[in-house]
Each structure stands twice: as C-alpha cells, then as structure tokens.
Design a protein around this ligand. Structure first.
Ligand SMILES: CC(C)(COP(=O)(O)OP(=O)(O)OC[C@H]1O[C@@H](n2cnc3c(N)ncnc32)[C@H](O)[C@@H]1OP(=O)(O)O)[C@@H](O)C(=O)NCCC(=O)NCCS
Length: 320
C-alpha cells in the first residue's frame, strides 16, 4: 500500500448504555451527596450498564465502530485496521478489537488492543496515524470502549462516583491533502507513577485503586506540558487552537489545564457532567457533541489531551 502525507479524522461514532445513574442514586448506599459529587467533580450523571447485565466492551464498541464507518461513507470491507483502547477488555485474548472485527464484519482488517487507560484514545490515534503515513493502512478505526462499572469497588466513594461506561470511535483516513489532518502528536509514559492508579489483574481484590489527589496533580501538570509540547512541535501557538478537547475526568482538572494553557472557557468542550469519566471513550464522545453542535468545521484545529494509568499521557493537534 502506498504511504500518505497525512491522516485525517473522517467521522466519529459513539454508543453508551441506556441506563443512567444520577448522583442521588449513590446516596442510597454510600456516605456521599449529590452536592459533594457535583462541586468536587462536575459530574451529575453517567451511563452505566444495568446491574446483572454482563455487557462486553466489544458490544458497546462495535456499535460505535459501525456508526463511525457509516458516517464516513465507508463499508466494513474498506477498513484496513481496528485499534481498540480499553482497560476493560472482554478477555486477555482474543483482543476486544478482534471481537469488534467479528461483530462488524471488517474482515479485511488487522485488529489489536492497546493499554494506556484514559490516555488510550490519544495513544491509539498516534499509532494509527503512524501506520497510515508509513503506508501500512489507509483506513483505520480507532475505538475507545469501556465497561468501567465492572472494574469498580462500589463501596469506595472516592472512585466509583467518577466513572461511566461508553464507547467512541473515529475513522482515520490517509490523504495527500496537507490542509487537514493530524498535525502532530506527543505521547509519553512514566512507569514510576504506576501505583497512583491501578487495576490489578489478579489477587483477592480486582477493583480499581486510586490516589485521587496525586492523579489530580499529575494530570493537570502533565496534560498541560504535553499540550504545550505538541504545539511547539508544529510552530503553532495556543491562539491557533479553535477547540480544546481534554479527557473528561473532572471539571476541575479540565479547568486547571485550560487555565495553564491560556485557553478561554468558550473554546473548551466539556460534557463530563453527563457521562462522568469514560476513559478512552471520553474524547470521541466530546468530539461528536462538538461536531453535532457545529463547532467543528473545515479548518477547525482541535487540541486533544489525556492522562491515564501507567501513567500515560498524550496530546494531539488535529485540523479538520
Ligand atoms: C477523587 C477526587 C474527586 C477527590 O476530590 P478532592 O477534592 O481531591 O478530595 P479529597 O480526596 O481531598 O477528599 C476530601 C474529603 O472528601 C471525602 N470524600 C471523598 N470522596 C467523597 C465522596 N464521594 N463523597 C463525600 N466525601 C468524599 C474524603 O474522604 C475526604 O474526607 P476527609 O477530609 O474527612 O479525609 C479528586 O482528587 C480527583 O478527581 N482526582 C482525580 C481522579 C481522576 O480523575 N482519576 C482518573 C484519571 S484518568
């Protein structure tokens, strides 16, 4: 396959469970309040797989992928690769991406998962962009798909109130039109910070553990620094950015990152109040809303940034 000068985001598709959990619902079984959750996190509700239903990340993700492929005007046969970012995979193997491939009928595609937790979307975008510009593939679907509700300790008020389930996919396509596409990405990891955010795979307690204050502090610093780095690598400044779409973890993290970068409030896309933290699905969920609200037009430059367990951090500058 021939290589391309750029890859661009052609479409987005999302999917969340119908079931909604409100802050008030936590008051029935936890020592917490709607007021605490709203003021400390900005979250008011989240979509959660109904209790007792064994929803798979692949089932959520496949619908998002199908929608993104349709939206791009493509057929499943046109897809060369599926990269799924998830920390709640159906199984260690087959990968969730392979399951999604089977459900969606993208039978020509390669498919694999990546593990970068909440930074998964930016890591997947970076991988897919590299595969396209190097000529390995022309059309790649990136999907963040998470059923986080099954990884939570529902007795731990410091974590379970933060998250929601969901999936978001984009189709990334090769082009030689240099007026649009992924302008730059930067990814980095710091394994020494691994213990601040952990989901164990074995042992007596396989639920998520988090040092909230530590994560908060590193998220603000590292997402801001990565975003500045990606801007510097293109020679563009923050004034050249039309929209900032940060990972939707906590309204206070989002505001602090925007403040550090000097991005005015009206340029920041925020929907954390309705979804909570959906990990690798949060950026495509916010992108779809911005697109539907007519905030994404030809030429719009969007800065994505995210941090997740690992610690993994990444930023990307994309022109539409
Ligand atoms: C978790 C988080 C919301 C906690 O907010 P905070 O303002 O840092 O609050 P603290 O952890 O300092 O806790 C303050 C008090 O509230 C309490 N508290 C924690 N969760 C609570 C809840 N759901 N309801 C009521 N009180 C709660 C704490 O126990 C603590 O009580 P204490 O002072 O008696 O010890 C915040 O640290 C955060 O969002 N961190 C980042 C998490 C994240 O985004 N993770 C994913 C990254 S991808």
């Amino acid at each position: 396959m021939k290589s391309f000068k750029r890859s661009y985001i052609a479409s987005v598709g999302t999917n969340v469970p119908d079931n909604i959990m409100y802050n008030k619902d936590f008051e029935a079984f936890l020592d917490t309040t709607d007021e605490w959750i709203t003021t400390r996190t900005g979250i008011k509700r989240r979509h959660i797989a109904p209790r007792g239903v064994d929803l798979k990340a692949s089932e959520l993700g496949a619908v998002a992928v199908r929608r993104a492929i349709e939206q791009a005007g493509l057929e499943p046969q046109d897809i060369d690769g599926i990269i799924c970012a998830t920390f709640t995979p159906d199984s260690f193997f087959p990968s969730t991406a392979c399951r999604i491939q089977a459900i969606t009928g993208c039978s020509r595609a390669f498919a694999y998962d990546i593990s970068a937790a909440c930074a998964g979307f930016v890591f997947a975008l970076t991988s897919a962009n590299s595969l396209i510009v190097s000529g390995v593939a022309k059309n790649i679907v990136i999907v963040g798909a998470e059923v986080i509700s099954k990884s939570l300790d529902w007795k731990d008020r410091t974590t379970c109130i933060l998250f929601g389930d969901g999936a978001g996919a984009v189709v990334l396509r090769g082009t030689n039109d240099e007026s649009k596409g992924v302008l730059a990405t930067q990814i980095q990891s710091d394994g020494n910070l691994g213990d601040i955010l952990v989901l164990p795979s074995s042992g007596s307690d396989c639920t998520m553990k988090m040092k909230g204050n530590e994560v908060f502090k590193h998220a603000v610093k590292m997402m801001s620094e990565m975003s500045q780095k990606v801007l510097d690598s293109t020679g563009l400044s923050v004034n050249d950015v039309d929209l900032l779409i940060p990972h939707q973890a906590n309204i206070r993290i989002i505001q602090a990152v925007a403040e550090r970068l000097n991005v005015p409030r009206e340029k920041v896309v925020i929907n954390v109040e309705r979804y909570g933290n959906t990990s690798s699905a949060s950026i495509p969920l916010a992108l779809e809303e911005a697109w539907k609200d007519n905030r994404v037009k030809s030429g719009t430059r969007i800065l994505f940034t995210a941090l997740g367990g690992g610690v993994a951090v990444g930023s990307a500058l994309v022109q539409f």
